[in-house]
Design a protein around this ligand. Structure first.
Ligand SMILES: Nc1ncnc2c1ncn2[C@@H]1O[C@H](COP(=O)(O)OP(=O)(O)OP(=O)(O)O)[C@@H](O)[C@H]1O
Length: 384
């Protein structure tokens, strides 16, 4: 049954809940309206993580005694509590539905919309289980009471974002790295490969390196002049610092409050870990290609879509190109299609925005009435 909803007029909401960053906005727009951290506090709000503005010495001088400044402190936890970080996904699939629901609720509130009037297109990890899909639909219809919904595999959306319906999508996210062949808009599930080595894994590697080059403490466990026990938040805070450093590497040297300078070249080998671990990018790519039909391999290699925030790590795209052309596909020409850095961070969302605003897509929505009548399994049969 075709459903006359969606498109630009009714403003479908598009959401992509990721391990680290969640993106929400209106279909037809170029970029998400609401980009939020996916990590929430389990027993209360997470402490405010307040990076020091290194360009303004006053922002830290007032809080630190000279001896404190002598101990390099890149960031400070302001209000420690007994809370724990909670994330919506773990190891590539949805894990904590309370967090997923809370992120959607906050997004809908921030976008100032009544979800009951807007169809929802949600991106799902390409390999997500049918139980997760069922749960997602249940949440969309039963908690948010939307008129229609559609779940779309993220690799297909990333390909659409760059105008392709067939591509080999290499996604370097926070929680996962994956290689997914997409042919005519469908993700080849049997050929899709992923590993849990993503941006979060690189944060841990940056932290190790940071502790070598800045041998004293990176995160100081202090609150309002007193030493405090950060408990489980300590690791979280350290990795946040490492992530900040990692995301600043492309902008040149980073200066710490005590004047210590971090040289980005010290970190240039960090992305190599994504290539050298077992289940690293070369083996994901090889397995994805081997499991794809011989007829489509050449086309896939000519449309390699590199996406995900992790792909912004300086040097990663070049290393991927080298790996593809010298080792994996020496007899075929390869072409990496990578968008601008902003688009790469949001490709899955952008693909969803494009798809949900196409006139030809409007008949694909699962209406609330259909969901109530046929249940979530019927939807999966239709979409998969
Ligand atoms: N400039 C940058 N340099 C290096 N890494 C970056 C940069 N900007 C963002 N990242 C990393 O990209 C990752 C987030 O990317 P993305 O938003 O695609 O992931 P996600 O959707 O949260 O995760 P997943 O796709 O695994 O669910 C984080 O690890 C983040 O640190």
């Amino acid at each position: 049954m075709a459903v006359a909803i969606g498109g630009d007029e009714t403003g479908a909401i598009v959401g992509d809940v990721g391990h680290l960053v969640s993106k929400f906005g209106f279909a037809g727009e170029d970029a998400p309206k609401c980009v939020v951290a996916s990590t929430l506090g389990r027993n209360g709000p997470l402490p405010e993580f307040r990076p020091i503005d290194i360009s303004d010495p006053k922002s830290y001088e007032s809080e630190y005694t000279p001896s404190d400044i002598a101990r390099p402190t890149y960031s400070e936890i302001v209000l420690p509590t007994n809370t724990e970080p909670a994330t919506p996904l773990r190891d590539g699939d949805f894990d904590d539905w309370c967090v997923v629901e809370e992120l959607w609720a906050r997004a809908v509130a921030r976008m100032k919309v009544d979800a009951r009037n807007h169809p929802v297109l949600a991106a799902i990890p390409s390999w997500t289980t049918s139980q997760s899909q069922e749960k997602y639909l249940e949440m969309i219809f039963e908690t948010f009471d939307t008129p229609a919904a559609y779940l779309s595999r993220s690799a297909a959306l990333a390909a659409f974002s760059i105008g392709r319906s067939s591509a080999l999508v290499v996604d370097c996210g926070a929680g996962t790295t994956s290689a997914a062949p997409v042919v005519d808009g469908y993700v080849l599930l049997k050929a899709t490969r992923r590993s849990s080595f993503g941006g979060n894994f690189l944060d841990a590697k940056v932290l190790e390196k940071l502790e070598e080059v800045v041998p004293r403490c990176v995160v100081r466990e202090r609150c309002r002049g007193r030493d405090v026990d950060l408990g489980p938040l300590r690791r979280y805070a350290e990795l946040e610092v490492a992530r900040e450093v990692k995301e600043s590497l492309s902008s040149g040297p980073i200066e710490l409050p005590d004047g210590t300078t971090i040289d980005p070249t010290e970190f240039q080998e960090v992305p190599d870990h994504l290539f050298t671990v077992d289940d690293g990018l070369p083996s994901l790519l090889r397995a994805a290609l081997e499991r794809s039909d011989v007829d489509v391999r050449k086309d896939l290699l000519q449309s390699v879509v590199l996406t995900g925030g992790g792909s912004l790590f300086p040097g990663l795209a070049d290393r991927l190109q080298h790996e593809l052309s010298s080792r994996l596909a020496s007899s075929f020409k390869t072409k990496i299609l990578s968008a601008s850095s902003i688009e790469r961070r949001f490709s899955v969302w952008i693909g969803g925005s494009i798809l949900a605003s196409l006139g030809s897509f409007q008949q694909m929505w699962l209406s609330r009435a259909e969901y109530m009548e046929d249940g979530p399994l019927a939807a999966q049969e239709r979409w998969n």
